[in-house]
Design a protein around this ligand. Structure first.
Ligand code: F6P
Length: 361
């Protein structure tokens, strides 16, 4: 039997996952390894569902969004959903997963995931499984890497939406509030807001107040621009300082799903500012579509590096981008709270210099 590597995609999907799978598999093949793709995140390992990725399986993958392997954010082997009668109970099936990896002769498992998936990867390592992490998420909030793939494409999608919202806001003399994803970090809102010409950007890292938002909108009116675009990150707190939670997802490592702050901000602008306001929530559109060229390149570089490390027998690490170089760090370094936007980030300064308000002054 050929030597084998395994690969899986876990957590929320994002553009570029297929590009990683393609690149890592090409490198594995070039060194005489077989690549085993596990289906639906860790579920494929727990339930022994996989496909052998031959050269046809990875053909045409570069421009394709999503993941051909499927993904799941509810398949943590240490807290795995099992149906018992009409109830779902959660069991530790990690030993079963480890046994499957051994049976299949997987030498090293490449785990493409965000914080939840990589946290489970660290727990797996403690059981002797050899793992290489590959950071992904549109939120760009992972520690130990300067950028995750998927982020650039998500920003591009938001900017396209902002361009469209601008023309309708201008025609109707309205305020349009656009709520974007990003969880507890404001990366997507900051980058897309600047690139899409927002007038106000609200991010979780900068406390805001409605008076400052209205001040900016009024100043624009006085300039003869009776319309404004407000970008709000989903992790922004409401005026009482509370997160706005859309739902709780049982079985997910991170149960909270944010959503709804856009409406809170929009209602306040309309009620207190007396200006007609509409709210758009972009939602999962931000996760879909073909990856941008930047994300294709980053994903390919991550996939190549991860497979090369595996072939060299290096594991327990996560590939990362540091100062434009692809490197690797101990997987533990990726642990911890999300990487939020630092308050001295140069893009915040740039944005303020051109009059963008962050709702704080
Ligand atoms: O982490 C990626 C992300 O899209 C977040 O921006 C968002 O809060 C969350 O996932 C949505 O999760 P789900 O796909 O479970 O609704």
């Amino acid at each position: 039997m050929a030597r084998r590597l395994g690969i899986l995609t876990g957590g929320g999907d994002c553009p570029g996952l297929n590009a990683v799978i393609r690149a890592a598999t090409k490198v594995a093949h070039a060194h005489g390894y077989e690549m085993i793709g596990f289906m639906d995140g860790y579920s494929g390992v727990v339930e022994k569902r996989y496909r052998v990725l031959d050269s046809w399986a990875i053909s045409g993958l570069l421009p394709r969004g999503g993941t051909i392997l499927g993904t799941s954010n509810r398949s943590n082997p240490f807290y795995y959903p099992v149906r018992e009668g009409d109830k779902i109970v959660y069991r530790d099936l990690s030993d079963q997963a480890v046994a499957h990896l051994e049976e299949l002769g997987i030498e090293i498992l490449l785990v493409i995931g965000g914080d939840g998936t990589l946290a489970a990867a660290r727990d797996f390592m403690a059981k002797g499984v050899k793992i290489i992490g590959i950071p992904k998420t549109i939120d760009n909030d992972l520690r130990a890497t300067d950028q995750t793939f998927g982020f650039d494409t998500a920003v591009r999608t938001v900017v396209e939406a902002l361009d469209k919202l601008h023309t309708t806001a201008e025609s109707h003399h309205r305020v349009i509030v656009l709520e974007v994803m990003g969880r507890y970090a404001g990366w997507i809102a900051l980058y897309s807001g600047v690139a899409g010409g927002a007038d106000v950007i609200l991010i979780p890292e900068i406390p805001w107040n409605i008076e400052a938002v209205l001040k900016k909108i009024d100043a624009r009116k006085e300039e003869g621009k009776p319309f404004s675009i407000v970008v709000v990150a989903e992790g922004v707190r409401d005026p009482k300082g509370e997160l706005v939670v859309h739902k709780l997802v049982e079985g997910s490592v991170e149960k909270i799903r944010l959503g709804g702050i856009g409406k809170v901000v929009g209602d306040l602008i309309e009620q207190l500012g007396g200006i007609e306001t509409r709210v758009t929530v972009l939602g999962h559109i931000q996760r879909g579509g073909s990856p941008s060229s930047y994300d294709r390149i980053l994903a390919t570089a991550y996939g190549v590096k991860a497979a090369e490390l595996a072939i060299q027998g290096i594991h327990g690490v996560m590939v990362c981008l540091r100062c434009n170089e692809i490197k690797y760090v101990p997987l533990e370094e990726a642990a911890g709270p999300p990487r939020t936007v630092p308050l001295d980030h140069p893009l915040i300064k740039t944005a303020r210099a051109i009059g963008i308000s962050f709702g704080d002054e």
